[in-house]
Design a protein around this ligand. Structure first.
Ligand code: ADP
Ligand code: MG
Length: 464
């Protein structure tokens, strides 16, 4: 029928606009490397902030003592304590707990957010058992993983530049987030010192390096997306401080804010951006990360319902609700292997209130999920290639002993979305070619960032 043909036309047009042929991915990778240079050259030189982390030494294995970490960066925040035992003992004990952040706190005031965090942290500290030993007379120390763009002024201070991922708390912007946390801890009578302020990418890189010496970069594919890598200090023209002894500096790219004319951006992405809390920002993140993928699928379905009556004469009202279709549900539908796509059918009913869908309609839904996930995964791989290029790790060097490059990847999107994960890996292989691909490894760093933050707190302890 005409309606079906119209629906197919919308689907095919979307598919075309989302296409990521290998040539386009190479252009994206090249653009990423160019922007990395520009962001390192001068402050504000690029959409990529290329933030200096003040981490010039990654963990060695010698770290020891009791350290806490707090991870704030998405829908949940985690608190963690670790007893580190040096090269012998490694991670002797660890305990953690996760608390979801009430939606209203994400758009409240700085004091309200940090009071909530300090309260939860204090509760966790109160449960510290005998497995954990703080040396006599010492203050507890914390690594604070704060996964938003921060301009650091030292390893344990830095001002918030802007929020991402649905947070919007105006009075926190421009404030030192360590000072804000420290004040809240005082208000809650919690005696703890923030020894290190790190982004989750930096934490993942540090945690990754602790377990594998070949880790050179970290990528987050979760609610948002970002990356960090180890740069040569003298290749950072905007750094005017002393050159670190190690000759290296870890850079937090803030790659979520990458944009390029080579990115395949559709009308749906444009509409999502315009209706977001951070219009015009985080364009790469908005086509790649877990916060947004489900909503892109919803938007295309909505168009098909409105213009091609895909779900009958009435547009299902729930289809118009932003973010009602979340990425985990999208991945469950995408993964449906039953012959009649039973899971897709029940998800459409439960989430969107659409019952009695035909098999061919369900197939359209799966195809949409595939288009959106594939674009995001392939662009993620192109971003990784950009980092490898900038680091001179996208080729095999003749004569030199074989260099191995490990990229530590963390985040629920990469961990749980099987098709996405497989596609990142296969696309990177395709981009690198077999010979180089055999020297590059993507490693799931399952919550490496929490351990990483404790390691960095340990190596920046006031008692060293
Ligand atoms: P955060 O990025 O908020 O720190 P995580 O790394 O745990 O936290 O990632 C959580 C995000 O991962 C969710 O917001 C969601 O977008 C995505 N995610 C979680 N589970 C799945 C899943 N099964 N399939 C696809 N995406 C998922
Ligand atoms: Mg996280």
């Amino acid at each position: 029928s005409g309606r079906w043909a119209r629906a197919m036309a919308i689907l095919r047009e979307f598919e075309e606009k989302c296409a990521t042929p290998i040539g386009k991915l190479r252009q994206v990778a090249d653009a990423m490397a160019v922007e990395m240079h520009a962001g390192l050259a001068s402050e504000g030189g690029s959409k990529l902030k290329m933030l200096i982390s003040y981490v010039d030494n990654l963990p060695t294995g010698d770290e020891h003592g009791l350290f806490y970490a707090l991870d704030l960066g998405g829908t949940n925040f985690r608190v963690l304590r670790v007893q580190l035992g040096g090269k012998e003992g490694r991670v002797v004990h660890q305990e953690s707990t996760e608390v979801s952040i009430p939606q209203k706190l994400m758009v409240s005031t700085s004091d309200e957010l940090f009071d909530f965090i300090a309260t939860e942290l204090a509760k966790f500290v109160a449960t510290e058992g005998d497995d954990f030993r703080l040396s006599a007379g010492r203050q507890r120390e914390l690594g604070f993983t704060f996964s938003f763009p921060v301009k650091q002024s030292s390893i344990n201070s830095g001002t918030l530049l802007n929020w991402t991922k649905g947070f919007s708390i105006d009075d926190a912007i421009g404030e030192d987030v360590v000072a804000e946390l420290t004040k809240a801890m005082k208000r809650k009578d919690l005696d703890m010192r923030v020894a290190a302020l790190v982004n989750d990418t930096i934490g993942t890189l540090a945690g990754g390096r602790y377990f594998n010496e070949d880790v050179v970069a970290a990528v987050i594919l979760g609610t948002g997306t970002n990356a960090a890598y180890v740069e040569r200090a003298h290749a950072i023209p905007k750094w005017h401080g002393l050159l670190p002894k190690s000759g290296e500096m870890v850079i937090n790219m803030e790659w979520g804010n990458f944009r390029s004319s080579h990115l395949p951006v559709t009308e749906y992405d444009h509409a999502l951006d315009v209706e977001s809390l951070n219009v015009g920002e985080q364009i790469f993140e908005k086509i790649i990360s877990g916060m947004y993928l489900g909503d892109i699928v919803r938007r295309v379905l909505c168009k098909m319902a409105e213009e091609a009556a895909l779900f009958g004469d009435i547009v299902p009202p729930k289809l118009k609700v932003p973010f009602i279709l979340r990425t985990p549900e999208m991945s469950t539908m995408h993964n449906d292997a039953s012959p009649d796509l039973r899971v897709v059918g029940s998800k459409l009913k439960d989430i969107l209130g659409i019952s009695n869908t035909s098999l061919k309609t369900r197939k359209v839904v799966v195809e949409l999920c595939d288009i959106v996930a594939t674009r995001g995964a392939r662009l993620s791989a192109a971003g990784i290639l950009g980092i490898l290029k900038k680091s001179g790790r996208d080729t095999v060097k003749e004569g030199a002993e074989k260099q191995r490059s490990v990229v530590a990847v963390d985040g629920g999107l990469f961990e749980h979305y099987t098709e996405f994960n497989k596609c990142v890996r296969s696309t990177l292989r395709e981009l690198l070619g077999e010979e180089v691909a055999d020297t590059v490894f993507i490693e799931l760093a399952n919550d490496g960032s929490g351990i990483g933050a404790t390691l960095l707190a340990a190596s920046h302890s006031q008692y060293l």
